[in-house]
Design a protein around this ligand. Structure first.
Ligand code: COI
Length: 362
């Protein structure tokens, strides 16, 4: 059956990533350690949750979250991008902070029902709007001792939103006063504890005119981990040289995407998808440690994520060394940002054949 049309009273071009409590509701399921089982998911209209004030979710940071996108395709289907990748990542996050994971089947059922129950909030295929899906898992029952409580809540919220693809390049600051993730810490998990401490530094950076912050490894403050809200991709563009003469050839360049090989970064669905697309277009992809001085060699730098989509970075500044690495001097996204941004958007929006099986139809 065809989904209901997009609601008529929403301006789909001006959504951003804000909270709109007029959506129809969210999904909730609870896990009981006593029975070792999950309840059936239920659709709840009230966005406020019932959580015990002494829950480890509130007191000890026992929580994890995800971010996915649903869209309306040109053939009026509603599809979700790579939900299985997100389900596996959430399992990893849950295990990292000592919580029972949400089984993949239940994860899929919950996001499916959350989107179905709010299908009118999925914007027109012709717009840039998405239905942002926010699954959140946390310890919701009472427990003062440093142990798991008997009750966990898995909730899936949705919000009509627009992602940022296509915006002008933005400046970024290397964060130096604070380490996002310890060497053997939890930086690889999508948990609130990796975001909250960086917020005040992000706010300070914004006041200085920097749109986002870039985090380096905590052991040496030299290797790139990720941006405060998204994954890092550096673009290396090299002239092909004739190996015998050393002279540049007419057909000029190879483009290589360089992504950080770090145990303390969140496995980005968008970065993984872009790497796959890039390889199919003849780009090279290197996953390896990236010393921050290599920022001088990149022709472009991209911040990539579900909310950020593909965001070109205009400049990266390191205040302690006085370094300023400038990209996009003309104030426009570079060729890799444009090409990869357009390709991944076409995949997410069902505008090209789903050759990798990334789309899940609601
Ligand atoms: C996302 O891109 O989905 C995220 O979770 C980042 C968040 C800070 C908005």
């Amino acid at each position: 059956m065809a989904p209901p049309p997009p609601l008529a009273n929403i301006d789909w071009s001006k959504l951003g990533l804000t909270v709109n409590d007029s959506v129809n509701g969210h999904i909730e399921a609870t896990f009981s350690l006593d029975t070792n089982s999950w309840s059936s998911p239920r659709f709840v209209a009230d966005p406020w949750l019932r959580v015990h004030g002494l829950s480890p979710g509130l007191n000890y940071g026992m929580q994890a979250y995800e971010g996915l996108k649903a869209v309306r395709t040109p053939s009026n289907k509603i599809t979700i991008f790579r939900p299985s990748f997100h389900a596996k990542r959430m399992r990893h996050s849950a295990e990292t902070v000592s919580m029972p994971p949400v089984p993949e089947e239940l994860f899929m059922q919950c996001i499916n029902e959350a989107v179905q129950g709010n299908a009118g909030f999925v914007g027109p295929a012709s717009s840039n709007a998405v239905l942002y899906i926010r699954p959140v898992l946390f310890a919701s029952g009472p427990q003062l001792a440093l142990e798991a409580p008997s009750t966990f809540t898995f909730a899936v919220y949705v919000q009509p939103a627009t992602t940022y693809h296509g915006v002008q390049p933005l400046p970024c600051l290397i964060l130096e006063q604070f380490d996002r993730a310890a060497t053997r810490g939890t930086g690889h998990a999508k948990i609130g504890g990796n975001y909250a401490p960086a917020m005040k530094y992000s706010r300070e950076a914004k006041q200085k005119g920097f749109y986002m912050t870039l985090h380096l490894d905590s052991a040496t403050q030299s290797y790139i981990d990720e941006f405060s809200t998204s994954g890092f991709i550096g673009v290396l563009t090299k002239k092909e040289e004739d190996t015998e003469t050393g002279i540049s050839q007419e057909n000029p360049t190879t483009t290589t995407l360089v992504v950080p090989d770090s145990k303390q970064v969140i496995d980005s669905v968008t970065s993984d998808s872009i790497q796959t697309i890039a390889k199919s277009l003849g780009y090279k992809v290197e996953k390896r440690p990236i010393h921050y001085t290599e920022l001088a060699h990149f022709s472009e730098v991209l911040a990539v994520g579900t909310a950020a989509s593909v965001l070109p970075i205009a400049a990266i500044v390191r205040e302690s060394t006085g370094d300023k690495f400038v990209y996009c001097p003309a104030g426009k996204p570079g060729p890799a940002a444009v090409e990869l941004g357009a390709r991944i958007t076409a995949c997410i929006r069902g505008k090209v054949e789903d050759q990798y099986g990334w789309l899940y139809e609601v």
